[in-house]
Write a protein that binds this ligand. Sequence first.
Ligand code: ZN
Length: 680
Amino acid sequence: MGIGALPGCSCLTLLKAVDDNQRPTWCAPEKGGTQKQDVKIRKAKATGRSGLMKDIATLSRILMHATSSANEAFGEGLPLSKTDEWAAASRGLIAGLPDGGITGPDGRKSWDIADFDFLKEGPPATVNPSLWRMAQLNAISGLFEVTRDIWQARAFDYANMTIIRGDAGWIIVDPLMAQETAAAALKVVNETLGERPVSAIIITHTHPDHFGGIRGVADPDNPPPIYAPDGFMEYAASEGILGGNHTSRRAVYQFGISLSTGPEGLVDGGIGKTVAKGQRTFIPPSAFIAETGAERVIDGVRFVFMMASGTEAPAEFTFFMPDHRTLCMAEVCTQTMHNLMPPRGAQVRDALLWARCIDDALALFGEQAEILINCHNWPVWGRAELCLFLEEQRDLYKYIHDQTLRLANLGKTPHEIAASIREPDWMADKFHGRGYYGSLTFNARAVYQKYYGFFDGNPVNLNPLSPEALGHRFVDAVGGHERALSIAEQAVEADDLQWAATVLSNLVFSPDQSDHARKLLALVYRHMGFRAESGIMRNIYLTGAMELEEGVKPLPMAGGRNADLAATLSVQDWFDAFALRLDPERARGVDIAIEFVIGDKTVCVSVKRQTEFARLGATDAKADAKVSISLGLLEQLAAGEISLDDAVADGADIQGSGKALRQWLELHHSFDMWFNIVTP
Ligand SMILES: [Zn+2]
């Protein structure tokens, strides 16, 4: 990642540079500016650059000084030298990750924990010290013995893979995100503990970091039994499909996928390092668990399941292994505050249900469990410790829920609530409650959204201006481009970063934007990232900064799309997802109907009133065309990978007007993932 504003300066050098730097000689013009300054501004506009503006390097030095002080002050409020978590995160280590990283089939690296070796040093000025501590803990990697017959592979990928000794082989819980990382973890297991087959797989929930690597541990033609929560198929494929392109793009921000690792880049993702690059795969589960209390003996091991659907994921379960006295809370509990609304975008989660679910686990298993494992981060050992951990995790979500609603019922709106809500006192020395993944203010807004939606009741927000329309008017209203820049610079000098970013973002979204405004906004975002305690908020700021400076650079997203999973989409989901692509301009005046026969299903698709609708299980004698085709061929046709003639040659049968089918296909957009976010 290029970070031109900080050209290899050590923190000390920067501090000295600021100390040596006398107060700026330039002062912002008075409101409205003097006549002389107005002339200068007009002149500057004509040449595109102003002599009034400070250079970025000067502002960068000012900000570096402020960031260093802010991070130091943040650290002073926390017991950062506490070592309990270090012992827990390192306990039971029996094997490391493969040297040289994990390579994908295309020869590119899928994962290399050595990319995070820089974390062995003390915290730099460019990282919040609390996040740095968490980043160090999440970098403790390898195969760990949790207790007799239970191991965890940690930091082989974003999530943990848990391995349980069954009678005949390994029971794998959550086979990671990429085929390569899951296979590498299993290889280390077999080399360290002795080669055994995989006798069963348990997938705790619908998020891809917990199942995308499944073909790395199982043969799709002869898979072992695969257990998943009821509703898994409905959500795993469909959740990502309808909103998928938008979410994928924002996930690049959340997980820092385009950032380089390092003290000025990616350091941590809160619940793990980041997502592995590599092949994402799928094998459909063969057994579904629908009820709390459901007991199963899986390869000789007793499991008692507890449903957690609607908390961290729409379909999720936790389980207790009575013979091992071990409780797995899936992703309902982690060693940090989770997201009630992931910034990548998802349906909002239910904080109250989340808290109740943790309390149910406490009531059901708290008297028996001696060890608590989660599908991210490290375990908790000891009954008293795990009960306290569960109580605190429960109260974390309950507190955010209740305080948000208390403030809302006192009449506050989301941004007012975020400004008012205070961290509960216990979080000052209990790191597992802190926001390394979610954050208190973001989560409070999520609770508001769950109950009240995006509108806050104020008429001005019934139909707000679009960012470009607002930017244009804002810059005009403050007196033009140079004046807006000078307001932003004063905000930077006053270390008022959110205000500086607000002014600069309006500038960047105005027609009057300049290279200088973009660079200055990048600088401000970068320092907001440097101070963030949440790893993913840091990633979002830093990715925004990078794209402001370098533009949007599409990445070769090896494994970004899970074709195995897409192939399991229901016919209804496929047509609903394709209908989203209908361009209403192209569809103006169009009235067509096509009947599809896909396997044993019929679907009537109509386009009328600039809207596409697919009715499953219906036939239409008046359809313009009748098409028998496989979903795979239809997908290729829709993606423009094959022609109509190719489809017919491959077995599709078209009766009636082939023209209607062609016209229908041409009504649809294709989606480009690499849309702009920080610029218009
Ligand atoms: Zn996860």
